[in-house]
Design a protein around this ligand. Structure first.
Ligand SMILES: N[C@@H](CCC(=O)N[C@@H](CS)C(=O)NCC(=O)O)C(=O)O
Length: 213
């Protein structure tokens, strides 16, 4: 039987990693479709007809034909569909959602931008890098303070907020951020990486399409 989910993305993409990670942690096998962004496949009609923003990730749910865009929205959907990582009650779900919005506003925007500049994917002047590093470090400080005395971002177990934010913190090193300055984040990273089904981004996302195991 084919896998229920089909994830379209590219190996270097943080938002694609977030979705793949949730699927892996939830024990949901998925077919992976490599989108050749170097050749502009994400801006061509076959992809655009399923991903209106011309971006990755895209998740197809074969059970109902849905095409889902935007990693945070996809993670909320998967939490609903699998009954996992959605939080223990409505208050936890609301807090998880709040942290996910915060992530894209303050953390992911800066960390991902610094990373693309450092890796030469997106050229920019030194002032842009400086701005991104300052914003990223300010956000990491907020996260570190929040994690003091807590195991998880919300409640007593891992939620989509942890997966969403881990999917940025995992790229901080590439962006030139020193996580050694954030002991609570480092302890949380260790806990997160010990979750059953956890996979590092290089193991989870290959550079070619791959059928579910
Ligand atoms: N907010 C989106 C961001 C997705 C995103 O920025 N994807 C990048 C790859 S990491 C992309 O497709 N960039 C091409 C473009 O924006 O044209 C999400 O979380 O899914």
């Amino acid at each position: 039987m084919p896998a229920r989910f089909e994830l379209h993305g590219i190996a270097f993409s943080g938002p694609t990693y977030k979705v793949g990670l949730l699927l892996s942690l939830a024990g949901e096998p998925f077919d992976y479709v490599h989108v050749n962004m170097m050749q502009g496949e994400h801006k061509q009609p076959p992809h655009l007809s399923k991903q209106r923003y011309g971006q990755v990730p895209l998740l197809v749910d074969r059970n109902n034909g849905r095409h889902l865009c935007q990693s945070a929205a996809i993670m909320e959907y998967l939490a609903d569909m699998t009954g996992k990582f959605g939080g223990a009650n409505l208050d936890e779900r609301l807090l998880a959602r709040e942290w996910m919005y915060w992530d894209f506003d303050r953390l992911a925007s800066n960390v991902y931008r610094a990373r693309t500049i450092k890796l030469g994917i997106r050229p920019a002047g030194p002032e842009v890098l400086e701005f991104s590093m300052a914003g990223g470090n300010a956000a990491l400080k907020v996260l570190d303070e929040h994690l003091a005395g807590r195991n998880w971002i919300v409640g007593e177990g891992a939620t989509i907020a942890d997966i969403d934010i881990y999917g940025v913190v995992a790229f901080a090193d590439d962006g030139g951020f020193d996580l050694g300055a954030y002991p609570n984040i480092l302890a949380w990273v260790k806990r997160f990486e010990a979750l059953p089904g956890f996979k590092g981004r290089k193991d989870l996302l290959p550079m070619e399409s791959r059928a579910a195991a």
